[in-house]
Design a protein around this ligand. Structure first.
Ligand SMILES: C[S@@+](CC[C@H](N)C(=O)[O-])C[C@H]1O[C@@H](n2cnc3c(N)ncnc32)[C@H](O)[C@@H]1O
Length: 285
């Protein structure tokens, strides 16, 4: 991330969720009715104008983004039904879950962690929607590449509470050291039964001679926005990767799994990019 710049990718992803949410119920894969208000009107307009072109250049990227949002929503609901005390949204961007899930309001302490520049911009938009920032959400400004998540303790994070960490659309832009230090923080500071969910790209997609359109583009322009695609995990190796770092009950969810689960009816021929996956895991007791 570039010092003062709010995240461009956070805007782009939220714009895609906003467009998806404007479809009729039987046609949409995810539903985020707040996305339209959170995203800047300029980004929304650009996304509306260019998403077909984007899909042509990189088929299935939007399919993965909307299926990822849906899967993480469903996973959060399962965790809420099972009982959690804290939710930490890492690299929250314009994620609206804190304001969409009623159960969070009463029973769960929510932390939104993000780069300070992105967080400031989001808080401005939230104030426009809600007048004031909701009290059950704590905003923690952190640059993952520079700072440690230990900062969460200064903002009231309690390591004895059962916690879900959501890390959506972020690992791609981090150094291997920042990945490790976040995964280690979660393991060291989570009560039994706590879990983490995140998505990642197969490392081969970052290094291939012929890269998919969106990868080539983001690698080309990332140095201007400060969001460089640099991190991936080897295909088929995520279970080993996380078990070596202290996790158990590791579930890898491939694009094919997402397609089977959500791309039904009118969406059955909609493509989903094969190079991405989601994983969730529980902290070993
Ligand atoms: C693609 S957006 C995803 C936002 C949100 N999780 C979502 O899915 O809509 C990437 C997010 O990672 C955050 N991010 C990228 N690099 C970061 C860093 N070094 N430290 C903290 N946050 C970072 C950006 O601020 C942005 O919110």
């Amino acid at each position: 991330m570039k010092g003062e710049w709010s995240s461009v990718t956070a805007q782009g992803i939220a714009a895609i969720r906003a467009i998806e949410s404007s479809r009729p119920p039987e046609q949409r894969i995810c539903y985020d009715p707040l996305a339209r208000q959170l995203v800047s009107p300029v980004f929304y307009l650009l996304a509306k104008l260019f998403w077909r072109y984007g899909e042509w250049r990189a088929p299935g990227t939007t399919g993965f983004i909307v299926a990822r949002a849906r899967y993480i929503d469903d996973y959060l609901q399962t965790c809420l039904d099972g009982g959690i005390d804290q939710l930490v949204i890492l690299g929250a961007g314009l994620d609206s879950r804190a304001y969409r899930f009623e159960q969070l309001r009463e029973h769960v302490k929510v932390f939104e962690v993000d780069h300070p520049a992105t967080q400031q911009e989001k808080c401005k938009r939230l104030r426009r929607i809600f007048d004031e920032l909701p009290k059950y959400v704590t905003f923690v400004p952190i640059d993952f590449n520079e700072e440690s998540l230990e900062k969460l303790f200064d903002f009231g994070f309690d390591k004895q509470w059962k916690t879900l960490f959501i890390w959506e659309g972020v690992t791609y832009y981090l150094t291997a050291e920042a990945m490790d230090s976040t995964l280690e923080f979660v393991v060291r500071n989570s009560e039994e039964g706590s879990s983490i969910i995140f998505d990642y790209v197969h490392v081969s997609a970052l290094t291939a001679a012929h890269k998919r359109g969106e990868i080539a583009r983001m690698q080309r322009y990332g140095r201007f926005t400060g969001e460089q695609l640099i991190f991936g995990i080897e295909e088929g190796k995520v279970v080993e990767f996380l078990s070596q770092r202290g996790y158990t009950q590791i579930v890898n969810v491939t694009s094919e799994d997402l397609k089977r689960a959500y791309f039904t009816g009118v969406n059955q021929n909609r493509p989903i990019a094969p190079i991405y996956a989601i994983v969730h895991a529980t902290v070993k007791s």
